[in-house]
Ligand binder design. Sequence first.
Ligand code: SAM
Length: 175
Amino acid sequence: PVVVLRLGHRPGRDERMTTHVGLTARALGADRLVLEAAASGRKETVTDITDRFGGPFEVEVTDQPLGRVRSWDGAIAHLTMYGQPVQDVEDEIRSVHREEPLLVVVGAEKVPFEVYERADFNVGVTNQPHSEIAALAVFLDRLFEGRELEREWRDAEKRVVPQAAGKRVIDADEE
Ligand code: SAM
């Protein structure tokens, strides 16, 4: 599995960012989101979307986010503008991930140096400063080589029927 850990969350300021980290993780093929306690209010928003549009996708809250990094039994990819270019390390990450679970760490503010040290891969999506949401999206798409775009959703209430123009949403059990 691929688990996304959102490290850091500034109440007030980061609410939408953290929600979007979760929605992006879900939409682009991760299995689970781990939030820290300060972000626990975001859990329901992401869970609501999963209830409506399908899963499987889990959201979990921890009061020991760094503990998760320390005790993770698998590989760790930490997304950071200071890391190795994603295009240079994606093959190796994919092959490691075939053997073991992958924890993908994205920050909010400054990420403790311990994470850089513990990570098996510090990965830059460009070495330019931008957004954890954008970095996560590109990383997951590279990891899954685009296959996540074809994913089927289970236990959905609603399904979007793609339209060239306009909006169409049907009950998932309708044909
Ligand atoms: N300046 C902060 C630092 O020193 O770590 C980073 C703040 S940035 C707004 C928040 C998060 O976005 C980072 O922790 C990282 O996960 C992600 N991020 C930003 N730019 C990135 C890039 N070019 N590649 C990968 N991740 C990036």
